[in-house]
Design a protein around this ligand. Structure first.
Ligand code: MD3
Ligand code: FE
Length: 206
């Protein structure tokens, strides 16, 4: 099924449920090379979400700022290569959302434990807004905060479940968004975690 919770946003319910175990296996392999870690933001706070990356570029933050890098700063090695099932899922979801030739070169993997959250923010580190962002949710459910172009407007709350995929294009790329604290639970695949994959095409070097 395809829903359109806002202009430029396609919500594909259960789109990747059948591949979930294969996707999770790929995530476990990424984690074996580039472990999940809680990063520090420029304000000095440590994020409650643990992160790693796969693909040519990975998103990181430390006290000095946000950036995309080709190497994992923790290991000194390149981020693990994006596995075929991950790339393939991102491409097919983008196509279903109306973006025929999406070629992501970056996949941020967010791991939420119970109580972890992502406060309302905009994603402004990517330069080319012609490409969509594809986000994939696995494991524990979440309440997604879907805002507008203005931080002060109260966001809508959307329940996102295991296997749901969202495609964010054009006008939706600069909306404020976040994730409410994850409620306690157990998921057969991921246990006490929610995993979110965010695929992007980023045009930077470093
Ligand atoms: C809307 N992640 O990594 S995914 C992020 O569930 C992030 O982990 C959330 O926000 C998560 O930056 C939300 C959905 C998402 C990702 C990127 C967006 C929505 C977006 C960029 C622009 C607009
Ligand atoms: Fe974001």
């Amino acid at each position: 099924t395809k829903e359109h919770p806002a202009e430029g946003v396609a919500l594909l319910r259960a789109f990747c449920r059948e591949q979930a175990a294969t996707l999770y296996e790929a995530i476990r392999n990424v984690e074996a090379h580039s472990p999940f870690r809680q990063m520090v933001v420029p304000g000095g706070h440590t994020m409650s979400v643990a992160m790693t990356n796969t693909g040519t570029f990975g998103w990181t933050t430390d006290r000095t700022g946000y950036r995309y890098t080709t190497d994992d700063p923790e290991t000194g090695s390149p981020w693990p290569i994006m596995a075929a099932p991950l790339l393939s899922l991102a491409r097919s979801a983008a196509a279903e959302g109306g973006f025929a030739d999406f070629l992501p070169n970056s996949c941020l993997i967010n791991r939420y434990s119970v109580g972890a959250r992502l406060s309302l923010h905009q994603d402004k580190n990517e330069q080319d807004y012609t490409h969509p962002i594809v986000s994939v949710s696995l494991g524990l459910p979440a309440t997604f905060l879907l805002g507008t172009l203005r931080r002060t407007e109260t966001p809508r709350r959307i329940r996102i479940e295991h296997g749901d995929v969202l495609v964010w294009g054009g006008p939706a790329r600069l909306i404020f968004h976040g994730v409410a604290p994850i409620a306690a639970g157990h998921h057969p695949l991921t246990g006490a975690f929610r995993i979110n994959l965010t695929f992007r095409r980023v045009a930077v070097s470093g």
